[in-house]
Write a protein that binds this ligand. Structure first.
Ligand SMILES: Nc1ncnc2c1ncn2[C@@H]1O[C@H](COP(=O)(O)OP(=O)(O)OP(=O)(O)O)[C@@H](O)[C@H]1O
Ligand SMILES: [Mg+2]
Length: 321
């Protein structure tokens, strides 16, 4: 499917709700690569669009964009590079798809001329995303806890952290959460208090690898942190998704991660979804038809529907179309 030669303005869906309210930004991140961020981003986008909302999926994985592949469209010449280089506004590079209500921003894919984004570019990007003509903007981030990733994650209306059930992924999920906690504390602490915390964290890690560092006990005794960080985190929690679960034990991992985060980080993490492993996922990518379109009535589709319904304002819930 190729929309490059059409008049994009007429094809891109409009906001369905109050046109003056900003789009809600949902960011999908992970500690480890290859755990299903792109699949989750495209699935949330398709599900929200089926619920009658207008959605833009933004591919911000600068090391390997492939939202277009999961949506079954050809990569567009117009991509996020045009925004970062100041050639186009974000709205101008929104490209329609074959799905009603769903459009996307092509990620950067000419990797022979790499591009990177910094915190200033992210600060410019956030208001542009919020002013897109859509109800929801879903951002597919690259893997890892890079500073710009954390900036974007922090400012999101909903923050999804995807992990697979494998130990390597779970380990990197904890690293991502710790990096996120530290990143947020840094912006709300005196340099001395923050420096002291990092050095305590380091020496703790060298001494006892097995036991997580308890931010809660540490912060209780420290001065120099300026606001109730943990209360803020609980009001806008990280939403954990365990993807590619092959058993009930895999599904239950989300509850264990949640309780570790509660106990040690005092972080109000929400285990929002366990998504099962289904061979149809990668088979449908090969067939260039998204699995939620090819097989709309499976357990997998139900898991995404339940997730979106939990997070949408009840007044905005509509029947599935
Ligand atoms: N629930 C699932 N069941 C079966 N296969 C899945 C599932 N989720 C993802 N996959 C497959 O796993 C692979 C990795 O998924 P995906 O590309 O979404 O991961 P990613 O986190 O975006 O990777 P990257 O970090 O490289 O961007 C793909 O082949 C995808 O089709
Ligand atoms: Mg990806």
């Amino acid at each position: 499917m190729d929309f490059e030669n059409d008049n994009l303005e007429t094809l891109v869906p409009r906001k369905s709700g109050d046109s003056s309210s900003p789009a809600k930004v949902w960011v999908v991140a992970s500690g480890k690569g290859g755990v299903g961020k792109t699949f989750v981003s495209s699935s949330l986008g398709i599900t929200l669009s089926k619920l009658g909302h207008s959605v833009v999926v933004v591919d911000l994985d600068l090391s390997g964009a492939n939202i277009h592949t999961t949506l079954g469209v050809n990569p567009s010449h117009m991509n996020i590079r045009h925004f970062f280089e100041g050639v186009k506004t974000l709205q101008e590079i929104v490209i329609p798809t074959q799905f009603a209500n769903l459009s996307y921003v092509q990620g950067f894919w000419d990797s022979w001329t790499p591009i990177d984004f910094n915190s200033v570019q992210i600060a410019n990007l956030i208001p542009e995303m919020k002013s897109l003509r859509a109800d929801y903007v879903i951002v597919d981030l690259g893997a890892g806890a890079l500073e710009p990733h954390l900036d974007l994650f922090k400012s999101a209306d909903e923050k999804f952290l995807v992990t697979s059930p494998e130990p390597t992924s779970i380990e990197k999920t904890y690293r991502f959460i710790e990096a996120y906690v530290c990143h947020s504390l840094k912006q709300n602490a005196t340099p001395d208090a923050y420096g002291q915390m990092i050095s305590t964290l380091r020496s703790h890690r060298q001494r006892t690898l097995a036991k997580p560092f308890s931010f809660r006990s540490y912060l209780k005794e420290q001065e120099g942190f300026q606001y109730d960080f943990f209360e803020t985190m609980s009001s806008n929690p990280v939403r954990l998704i365990v993807n590619s679960a092959r058993s009930q034990t895999n599904m239950d991992l989300g509850h264990s991660i949640k309780s570790v985060c509660n106990k040690y980080y005092d972080l109000g993490l929400d285990y929002v979804a366990g998504i099962e492993f289904d061979n149809a996922v990668w088979q449908s990518v090969k067939g260039r038809e998204h699995v939620l379109v090819a097989q709309p009535f499976t357990a997998l589709a139900g898991q995404f529907l339940a997730t979106c319904k939990q997070l949408i304002d009840p007044e905005e819930l509509r029947a599935v179309v």
